[in-house]
Design a protein around this ligand. Structure first.
Ligand SMILES: Nc1ncnc2c1ncn2[C@@H]1O[C@H](COP(=O)(O)OP(=O)(O)O)[C@@H](O)[C@H]1O
Ligand SMILES: [Mg+2]
Length: 285
């Protein structure tokens, strides 16, 4: 791990040994977190609807219930010392429910931003972090309008619930923009389905990389090595650590991730995915 600020043993151990960490979601990331927590002297309580949860298998407790089961959520939240999530798609109402009984890190606002590509890009541009040029889209007509306004290609992504490239459609040329109704139906269902999406300009990137930063309650931050990601069919296939990038780009990537973690007031771990482009973009462009 690369130190970007000094983190003392005491600040790293603010949660007393023996504390119970509640984890919302029960997948592979939760499993790795629970194993790491166990080594640090904590025990974990998993909340997820899956009876065969990989995280629950290695944790002391498992509440197997739906994310809208309020009595189960309350009982879970009252039984733990602190709560976190292993996936970003836990519904905001669920998070608000548990946050009333135990500290939730990162907080509800962070999840509300990360779950919604419109909120996420708006937030990033507001704090001066560059993204590709993008439009918020709420109807097929707006896709046709984009064509009239000069868009000839782009990636249409559902604002919510996308992962591993799911909920995405690459628009390429007039036919696609004219076929907006059908593409919209593929993403959101047939009829006049309501939906929220973003249309992104395609980035001709040199490589894809990501940075994981950890930030504590005092605002001290440490960053893992910047890594290079190779996707196949939109799914992460290979990660090279460290990324083969210049020292300047490595430092710039960590600066961006740190800026985002600070602006979100993250307590916990945050991963930021980035494209390395040939030309540096200005914020909001
Ligand atoms: N604007 C873009 N330009 C070029 N490639 C893109 C763009 N958006 C997404 N991709 C490709 O699709 C992959 C998945 O997109 P991403 O926005 O990361 O979705 P997810 O939330 O499913 O991970 C990216 O890792 C990248 O390879
Ligand atoms: Mg991605």
């Amino acid at each position: 791990m690369l130190e970007t600020s000094e983190i003392s043993e005491t600040s790293a151990q603010e949660l007393p040994r023996g504390s119970v960490i509640g984890i919302m979601g029960g997948g592979q990331l939760g499993r790795m977190a629970a194993i790491a927590a166990s080594r640090m002297g904590y025990s974990c309580h998993i909340f997820c609807p899956d009876p065969e949860s990989p995280a629950a298998e290695v944790s002391k407790w498992h509440t197997c219930a739906a994310f809208d089961d309020v009595p189960a959520l309350e009982a879970f939240a009252k039984s733990v010392d602190v709560i976190t999530c292993e996936i970003e798609h836990v519904p905001a109402d669920t998070l608000k429910c548990v946050a009333a009984f135990a500290p939730l890190h990162p907080g509800v606002r962070v999840f509300e931003i990360c779950q919604d590509r419109v909120a996420e890009k708006t937030f990033l541009n507001e704090i001066g972090v560059a993204t590709t040029t993008w439009l918020a889209i709420t109807s097929p007509n707006q896709i046709q309008e984009a064509y009239e306004n000069g868009w000839r290609a782009g990636i249409l992504k559902t604002a919510f619930a996308g992962y591993d490239g799911k909920g995405q459609f690459r628009l390429d040329g007039k036919e696609h923009f004219q076929d907006a109704e059908n593409i919209w139906a593929q993403l959101f269902g047939a009829g006049d389905a309501e939906g929220s999406a973003v249309l992104e300009e395609i980035v001709e990137f040199e490589l894809e990389m990501s940075v994981v930063v950890a930030r504590n309650a005092k605002g001290q931050i440490a960053a893992f090595d910047v890594v290079e990601n190779i996707h196949k069919n939109h799914i992460l296939a290979i990660t090279h650590a460290p990324a083969t990038i210049s020292e300047e780009n490595r430092a710039a990537a960590i600066t961006i991730a740190t800026k985002i973690a600070d602006a979100l007031n993250i307590q916990g771990v945050l991963a930021i995915e980035m494209f390395l482009t040939r030309v540096r973009r200005n914020p909001g462009q």
